[in-house]
Design a protein around this ligand. Structure first.
Ligand SMILES: Cc1cc2nc3c(=O)[nH]c(=O)nc-3n(C[C@H](O)[C@H](O)[C@H](O)COP(=O)(O)OP(=O)(O)OC[C@H]3O[C@@H](n4cnc5c(N)ncnc54)[C@H](O)[C@@H]3O)c2cc1C
Length: 393
């Protein structure tokens, strides 16, 4: 009982989910060890939300998450809601505001959220080993044994909170997937999500110079549909609409992009024939001028509207409202905000996050195959899944 390396629970990964889980379990009287290999605490929280941490979304529900098992996240989300997290934020006196679409951000920076989680861990008497690398885990009778650069630690429960693969330079590893496989659990193949997409060479040659131009667009692919800003970059497309749809893009299917979602563009173009307006000038009244010019050059249509035949006008309208883009790829793990895929939820209890075939082994946060939309949903999953596990430890 007095062995300093013997705990009730060991949590590996002191990110959003790991700190929350350790804090809540500690506050329930559990003796918890939290292990983090990176030298800085909560680095992904720090860089999140453009430095102001979009810490939750008041509309979070199972409909905002992708998973091979879409109902899995329901129970945890229902038992720790955005209101519960807001209550914690307010207890710590952190000023926040709603930006848009239910997205809640810190007023100043992400740092108060990191400080809050650290203080909650202190309240729970959590022991921290950081920086501390983990070389392996195993079982010894009923106990989990974790081999680390600070020696061996043992506990009845092991919580894996090592996150996904995005932004490897600040500590992301595949450790969680390896532990899952070690204990016989399957892993849905991880791929980058909420990530900019690259143009194939022909589109890059045509639109690469439009970098920085943003358009209010509706983008759809594989059942996902988002109306937000689309941003041209020097490599392809980004902006919220593209980041959102990237999670639905499977590497092959085309994206359908409506660049003028508010208007019946064919009718509106025909109406323009009554004057002497050129197509590029008419388009420039609803789209950025540079885009209108490049688009018209590409479609050989930088002419007065009245000179454009009806079938050609229909083709132009279709190209604007149903632009079909097959990206050549994503910009990869360095640019992705999250990982889609992860520990297969069919192996976990939706109530506790415990692996059904490895009692005492838990997975929380992004390492699990539950991926939220852009807009605070991923942190809400981190908090809710951590809370679910902490109640069971
Ligand atoms: C640029 C960017 C901006 C984002 N903005 C937002 C946002 O505003 N809102 C939102 O909801 N989501 C946002 N996200 C996503 C969000 O940050 C993650 O979904 C969330 O942090 C996941 O929490 P987690 O605890 O599961 O993983 P993480 O927060 O990634 O924590 C995992 C921890 O485990 C540690 N670790 C990994 N491997 C090991 C190992 N082998 N040994 C020990 N420790 C290990 C890591 O160093 C890390 O500290 C953003 C992501 C990025 C990259």
């Amino acid at each position: 009982m007095n062995d300093p390396a013997r705990f009730d629970a060991i949590v590996i990964g002191a990110g959003a989910a790991g700190m929350m889980c350790a804090a809540l379990a500690g506050q329930r009287g559990r003796r918890v060890l939290l292990i983090e290999h990176y030298r800085i605490v909560g680095e992904k929280i720090r860089i999140s939300g453009g430095g102001r941490c979009n810490f939750t979304n008041i509309h979070a529900s199972a409909a905002n998450y992708l998973s091979a098992n879409p109902d899995f996240c329901r129970s945890a989300l229902a038992r720790f809601t955005p209101r519960d997290f807001i209550a914690m934020v307010e207890r710590h006196g952190i000023p926040w505001h709603e930006k848009k679409l239910g997205q809640l951000f810190c007023d100043t920076s992400s740092q108060p959220i990191i400080d809050m989680l650290q203080r909650e861990c202190d309240r729970g008497g959590v022991t921290w080993w950081q920086p501390c690398s983990v070389s392996g885990t195993g079982r010894d009778g009923d106990a989990f044994v974790v081999h680390t650069s600070r020696g061996e630690a043992r506990a009845g429960s092991l919580v894996v909170a090592t996150g996904g693969l995005s932004v490897p330079k600040i500590g992301a590893t595949a450790f969680g997937y390896e532990v899952a496989k070690q204990f016989g659990l399957s892993v849905v193949p991880p791929r980058p999500a909420l990530v900019p997409l690259a143009f194939p060479p022909d589109l890059l040659a045509r639109y690469g110079d439009l970098s920085g131009i943003s358009i209010d667009a509706e983008v759809s692919c594989n059942g996902g549909r988002f109306r937000e800003n689309l941003l041209f970059t020097h490599r392809g497309l980004s902006g919220p609409a593209i980041l959102q749809i990237s999670s639905y893009w499977d590497g092959g299917a085309p994206l359908r992009i409506d660049l003028v979602p508010s208007i019946d563009v064919a009718r509106w173009l025909r109406e323009g024939r009554e004057g002497a307006a050129r197509l590029d000038n008419r388009l420039a009244t609803v789209l950025p001028k540079r885009f209108a010019q490049v688009f018209c050059e590409a479609h050989e249509a930088a002419r007065p509207l009245r000179e454009i035949r009806d079938d050609a006008l229909v083709r132009v309208a279709d190209a604007l409202s149903n632009w079909c883009v097959v990206p050549s790829g994503t910009l990869g793990w360095n640019k992705a905000e999250v990982t889609i895929g992860g520990v297969d939820t069919r192996e976990l209890s939706s109530k506790t996050m415990m692996a059904t075939r490895a009692p005492g082994l838990y997975f929380v946060g992004e390492v699990v195959d539950v991926t939220g939309w852009l807009g605070g949903y991923n942190f809400q999953w981190a908090w809710a899944s951590a809370h679910a596990a902490a109640q069971a430890l």
